[in-house]
Structure formats: structure tokens, C-alpha cells
Design a protein around this ligand. Structure first.
Ligand SMILES: Cc1cc2nc3c(=O)[nH]c(=O)nc-3n(C[C@H](O)[C@H](O)[C@H](O)COP(=O)(O)OP(=O)(O)OC[C@H]3O[C@@H](n4cnc5c(N)ncnc54)[C@H](O)[C@@H]3O)c2cc1C
Length: 210
């Protein structure tokens, strides 16, 4: 339903519900794809999740959740007040036609399902309790993480030649004379946003000149 939807200024949390631990928290952009979710915050979260202990087992138990805050600028009270205002302005409308000003069209149906409010209901009949569920559906929009995409689709790879085995002034191997390393083959990885390209360029120039 949400495929192709790109969101800006959302909060994301990766949560281990087994031990109620927040594994990763971020704010920024994400998108819904044909396979699940992606985008800068998701890629950064994915990098953190990769090193989380007993991950395979926890994923299999559906214990790792992605919680998206679709309105991070509003706390629960402010969002509730905003909903009341929107409902006041649309009092004779059905619930399913009342969220257009608050949320992108593509996500409205899913939020409605998560709120468990009857979409046909008139907004002036929505109870305080139902509004509370709606606030949760917007601020704690939750998905279960089932796994990662294949290595072929990876944007950045972690692992590789240990930096301790490379002379940083020349990028030459400390073990094999005359062998130089640059870019992804080195065990360094950074968030998206140009850092990995910078690593590739800088190490490439250094190795080339040496
Ligand atoms: C879709 C995508 C988006 C990305 N976006 C970003 C981003 O926004 N910001 C960022 O910082 N990083 C980004 N990256 C990561 C970044 O592109 C890489 O970190 C960087 O290009 C690594 O450079 P490299 O020279 O080490 O390796 P590569 O760019 O992978 O170059 C390796 C080259 O070696 C060639 N090759 C492989 N095997 C052989 C062989 N046996 N003989 C001869 N040639 C061979 C390959 O064809 C390739 O041309 C992105 C990567 C992908 C895939």
C-alpha cells in the first residue's frame, strides 16, 4: 500500500521488544519500497542492527521492530489537539476522509487500519479512546523486521582488510610489500551521505600516489 512513499522528517527507532531495548534511533528520511523500507535512516539503522547480538534468532522470533514516528514535531498531547481541530473542521466527514491534511495519502489507509477505528465512522463520533489509538498509530507506526536484503544489493559493505595491517600514509600492506589498498576492500564503513565515497577517493589517491 505504501510502496513508493518517501517520508521526510520522521523519527525511527529499532527496538528489541524481548528486552525492551532501543537498538538505534534516528531522524530524517526513509522510503517504502516494493520489498520493505529503505532510505538514509533505514540504511544507518541496518548498519547498527547487523552487529546486534543473537540477531538471527531475534529476527526469527519477530522480536525486532521498526517504529516510525510520523509526526515527531508533535508530542501526543499536541497531536491529539491537532486531531481535534481537524475533526472539528470536518465534523460531518467520515473518518476515512479526514486525515488528508495530516498524513500523505498513501499511508492513511494503513494508519486507519492500525488505529482500529471504523473508516466509515463520522469524525464527530470518534471517542477519546479511539483518538488515543490513532495518536499511537501515527507516532508509533510499527513494522516487524524480517531480515536484510541480499549482499548484491548492498550499498556499503562492512568487513575487509584490517586497518591495522595497512600503513595509513601510503595505503601499502604492512604484510605484503608493494600491495596497496583503497576503498571498499578496507574494513571501514560509514553512514551514507558521501563518507564512503570520500573514503574511496582519499585512500585511492593516497594509494595511487604511493
Ligand atoms: C546504489 C549505491 C548507492 C551508493 N550511495 C552512496 C552514497 O550516497 N554515499 C556514499 O558515500 N557511498 C555510496 N555508495 C557506496 C560507494 O559507492 C562505495 O563505497 C564506493 O564506490 C567504493 O569505491 P571502490 O572504488 O572501493 O569500489 P567500487 O566503486 O565498487 O569499484 C570497484 C571496481 O572494481 C571493478 N572490479 C571488480 N572486480 C574486478 C576484477 N577482478 N578486475 C578488474 N576490475 C574489477 C568493478 O567493476 C568496479 O568498477 C553507494 C553504493 C551503491 C551501490
Amino acid at each position: 500500500m505504501c510502496q513508493g512513499l518517501s517520508l521526510r522528517n520522521v523519527g525511527i527507532k529499532l527496538i528489541d521488544i524481548g528486552c525492551k531495548k532501543i537498538i538505534y534511533e534516528d531522524f530524517g528520511e526513509m522510503l517504502f519500497t516494493h520489498f520493505g523500507v529503505s532510505g538514509p535512516t533505514i540504511l544507518s539503522g541496518s548498519a547498527h542492527l547487523l552487529h546486534y547480538s543473537n540477531l538471527e534468532e531475534k529476527l526469527a522470533k519477530q522480536q525486532i521492530l521498526l517504529q516510525i514516528d510520523l509526526k515527531p514535531a508533535l508530542n501526543d498531547e499536541k497531536l491529539d489537539a491537532r486531531l481535534l481541530r481537524d475533526f472539528q473542521e470536518n465534523k460531518n466527514k467520515q473518518f476515512k476522509n479526514s486525515l488528508g491534511a495530516l498524513l500523505p495519502q498513501k499511508i492513511i489507509e494503513v494508519v486507519m487500519i492500525k488505529s482500529k477505528i471504523n473508516p466509515e465512522k463520522k469524525v464527530n463520533e470518534i471517542t477519546k479512546e479511539e483518538r488515543k489509538n490513532l495518536v499511537s498509530a501515527v507516532k508509533q507506526f510499527t513494522l516487524t523486521i524480517s531480515g536484510f536484503r541480499d549482499i548484491e544489493e548492498a550499498i556499503i559493505t562492512s568487513g575487509g582488510i584490517d586497518t591495522k595491517e595497512i600503513n595509513p600514509k601510503t595505503m601499502e600492506s604492512k604484510i605484503i610489500k608493494g600491495l596497496f589498498f583503497a576503498g571498499e576492500i578496507i574494513d571501514v564503513d560509514a553512514y551514507t551521505g558521501g563518507f564512503n565515497l570520500q573514503i574511496a577517493y582519499s585512500t585511492g589517491v593516497t594509494a595511487g600516489k604511493s
